[in-house]
Design a protein around this ligand. Structure first.
Ligand code: SF4
Length: 436
């Protein structure tokens, strides 16, 4: 195994950036800032042939929550007295403004994703305003996925049905665990029973795609607790589940509590792995399959187009305060009305970011990975793949020369992706990975 587990795609991205010798994250992007006028010029020119082939989506960020969870470090704040109707009007105005550019108008979008924060802090009227603006100003493909992240306490059945009437066809519900003790540690509202009851009601009423989030490996999580969470996912007829190992983010209330010794939290890789495998194996036995490293879905029940736009480096228009995206060859971070950070996408590095994204789906095809890269790259990737196969992380796929991930491979999926990227970036490097 590896000495440290990359628990998320962001960890792997940091690993990739280190290999490419880039300054990390926002700093790296800020160093190469461009002005909005550069983006506007491209948006007025319209998409080129290559850009027309990209998947397209819109990301709408709502940075407010009713209550802040103990583990969370996302871009959000407590809603307090925020004027949410004014925020919905701002989003609608942004959609109208983007819809005026030929680059946006000339190609349909097949995914709209409301993330946060908790988008469902907005009222039904707020959603109606935004979704009307979408319909009026943005070309949406037939059957466009319109997905909304939510918590349970501000999405009752009535509101869910009202949003469904307005066009929302996918909900992603942050539940995290059905254990009362776990919910308390994670700072969630509702107890486990109420959470389960709310999920059952929503499933019975809402016919669209229903996914939930589950966190495993929280402090003192017992085998019984993770087993029960898995069993509820199976019984409750949800379409998909994202399952994450708890990350302790610096500055979060939970990190603080651990530091102050109010919460005891020691875990090792074996403990984490046991919970991961138990959850994964129970769900796959019940018919779920891997959609991406941290997501399982019932076959054909969740296309999750948004993640394809993200991982396949598609055009993703960022709307709202704190939204990040990429459009017309630029990375864009939207700060507040009228304020955006913009940096050009580095074409040389783009290939590797895309590879990292594609590897999130768990298929390792050396031929495809080496396309467009210098001679010798395919051989280096293949050697690395064989090494990982020997370690029990990969097995041959049903067809061709590709490999798929074993349960251990999924657990270590982001580490493995970085290993293979290392071989692709530096095919002449002979140094072997040190496993512990
Ligand atoms: S986990 Fe979700 S609901 Fe909780 S504070 Fe973070 S964004 Fe808000």
């Amino acid at each position: 195994m590896f000495s440290e587990r990359f628990r998320s795609h962001h960890d792997a991205e940091a690993g990739l950036e280190a290999m490419l010798g880039k300054p990390k994250g926002h700093l790296g992007r800020l160093l190469k800032m461009k002005s909005w006028a550069d983006v506007e010029k491209k948006l007025r020119d319209g998409p080129g042939a290559q850009e027309r082939s990209l998947p397209r989506g819109i990301y709408i960020h709502v940075p407010y929550c009713d209550k802040i969870c103990s583990f969370c470090n996302l871009n959000r704040k407590e809603r307090g007295r925020a004027d949410l109707d004014a925020y919905a009007a701002y989003i609608a105005g942004e959609l109208k403004a983007f819809g005026e550019y030929p680059y946006v108008r000339e190609q349909p979008f097949n995914s709209v994703y409301f993330g946060g924060g908790t988008p469902t802090v907005l009222s039904v009227d707020g959603f109606a305003l935004i979704l009307r603006a979408l319909g009026d100003h943005i070309p949406l493909a037939a059957g466009c996925e319109i997905s909304v992240e939510t918590t349970q306490h501000n999405l009752g059945v009535q509101k869910a049905l009202a949003l469904s009437e307005l066009g929302v066809n996918r909900f992603s519900v942050g539940i995290q665990t059905f254990s009362d003790r776990g919910r308390n540690v994670l700072g969630r509202t509702f107890n486990g029973e109420k959470s389960l009851e709310a999920l059952r009601e929503l499933r019975a009423a809402f016919t669209g795609v229903l996914g939930i989030d589950i966190i495993y490996s929280y402090p003192d999580q017992s085998i019984e607790e993770i087993t029960r969470d898995a069993e509820i996912c199976i019984e409750s007829e949800i379409d998909s589940v994202s399952f994450y190992s708890l990350m302790i983010h610096k500055g979060s209330a939970l990190a603080q509590s651990i530091e102050n010794k109010e919460t005891e939290f020691t875990r090792n890789i074996e403990w984490d792995r046991e919970r991961h495998h138990l959850f994964y194996q129970k769900l796959t036995k019940a018919g779920f399959s891997l959609l991406e490293l941290s997501k399982l879905a019932r076959p054909g029940r969740d296309a999750y187009r948004y993640i394809h736009v993200q991982y396949e480096n598609g055009d993703l228009i960022p709307i709202g305060s704190g939204a990040g995206g990429r459009l017309a060859g630029f990375r864009i971070f939207s700060m507040a009305p009228g304020h955006r950070f913009v940096s050009p996408i580095n074409k040389q590095y783009e290939r590797y970011y895309r590879m990292l994204g594609e590897l999130q789906f768990g298929l390792y095809d050396p031929k495809k990975m080496a396309e467009g890269l210098p001679p010798g790259t395919e051989k280096a990737i293949l050697e690395k793949i064989k090494e990982l196969e020997g370690r029990g992380f990969l097995i041959p796929a049903a067809q061709g020369s590709a490999r798929t991930l074993t349960p251990d491979g999924i657990f270590w999926g982001n580490n493995i992706a970085v290993e293979v990227l290392g071989a692709a970036i530096n095919p002449a490097k002979k140094e072997k990975t040190v496993y512990v």
